[in-house]
Design a protein around this ligand. Structure first.
Ligand code: ATP
Length: 299
């Protein structure tokens, strides 16, 4: 039966790639899909990151009248990984947008190494943070250019090293034009996993102390997912990381898991602690495990 569905899968993949794959500039990150309306304060200083200690203190946020985040307090220790999970619409992406100061908080504050992010220059804040978005938007240019975008003045060696780190170098080197292969709307279409690797390579070049990973909602095939996961775990090392996760299986090893529900932190702890609580997280875990088993049985 699975044979029968394969051509359909392929068609679906091509369709998705065409539909989501290539948008010019504009919507660079899925995470930051609306224009920013924040400005630097008159005497804004550059953010200086020594350790990468991120703190949210009673953070509140509303896009309009409706409050989306209702008092979030969170301490992300330097170099640690915090995963944010929760039902759709809980406010996970909103939280990530606030960290990048794409919007200003409406209450409380966010600090990085003790500095309120509303008081520092946006340019310095954004250069300290790397984002691996759900759907990477590629420029209509070469694959080399698309990677180099992570760092102004990147050399060929830098680009190749980043591609190796993101486990995409072999793929690129097998292309007839290698790093000069044109990608995007008018060039080679990359799969979801390949695009995500380009985003990882960009981030490796940027080498930021703070990382925001927005996990793709659409599942990659399990082998690609495992490979991407291994690469992500490598780049997380030594950086303060905030992961917006949809699949709980990818964040089992996070130092801290935060369950957001209707704009509040409903539960927090490690995977094992949260399972023992038998609350919302345990319920989500059981449901996702059952879905996985069902999927595997159907294959
Ligand atoms: P998902 O898992 O589905 O991505 P999420 O937890 O990331 O959901 P958010 O994207 O943060 O949720 O959205 C939280 C709430 O804020 C939702 O009710 C959403 O409709 C609303 N929202 C998101 N973006 C905007 C916006 N730009 N303007 C107004 N409301 C918004």
């Amino acid at each position: 039966l699975s044979q029968l569905f394969r051509p359909l899968d392929l068609l679906g993949m091509v369709y998705r790639t065409v539909r989501q794959g290539v948008i010019d500039m504009g919507a660079m990150f899925d995470l930051i899909d609306t224009p920013a309306d924040v400005t630097d304060v008159p005497d804004a200083k550059p953010l200086t990151i020594a350790k990468g200690h991120v703190r949210l203190e009673d953070v509140r946020f509303a896009y309009d009248e409706r409050e989306i985040l209702k008092g979030i307090t969170l301490d992300v220790a330097p170099g640690s990984t915090v995963a944010v999970v929760g039902p759709s619409g809980a406010g996970k992406s909103t939280l990530a947008r606030l960290l990048f100061r794409f919007y200003d908080v409406t209450g409380g504050r966010i600090t990085m190494d003790g500095q309120d992010i509303a008081q520092v220059t946006q340019q310095s804040l954004r250069s300290a943070i790397g984002i691996v978005p759900q759907d990477t938007v590629l420029f209509n240019d070469t694959i080399g250019y698309n990677i180099a975008y992570g760092k102004a003045g990147a050399t060929k060696e830098d680009i190749h090293a980043a591609a190796r780190g993101a486990a995409i170098a072999d793929f690129i080197e097998r292309l007839p034009d290698g790093y000069d292969t044109r990608v995007g709307e008018r060039g080679l279409k990359l799969s979801g996993g390949e695009k995500q690797r380009v985003a990882i390579a960009r981030t490796l070049l940027k080498d930021p102390p703070i990382l925001i990973l927005d996990e793709a909602t659409s599942a990659l095939d399990s082998r690609t997912e495992a490979e991407i996961q291994a690469t992500l775990e490598r780049i997380e090392r030594g950086r303060t990381t905030i992961v917006i996760a949809h699949r709980l299986s990818t964040i089992v090893h996070a130092d801290q898991i935060v369950v957001l529900d209707s704009g509040r932190i409903a539960e927090r702890g490690t995977h094992a602690e949260l399972l023992r609580r038998r609350g919302l997280y345990a319920e989500m875990w059981t449901r996702q495990q059952a879905e996985r088993e069902e999927k595997m049985a159907a294959q």
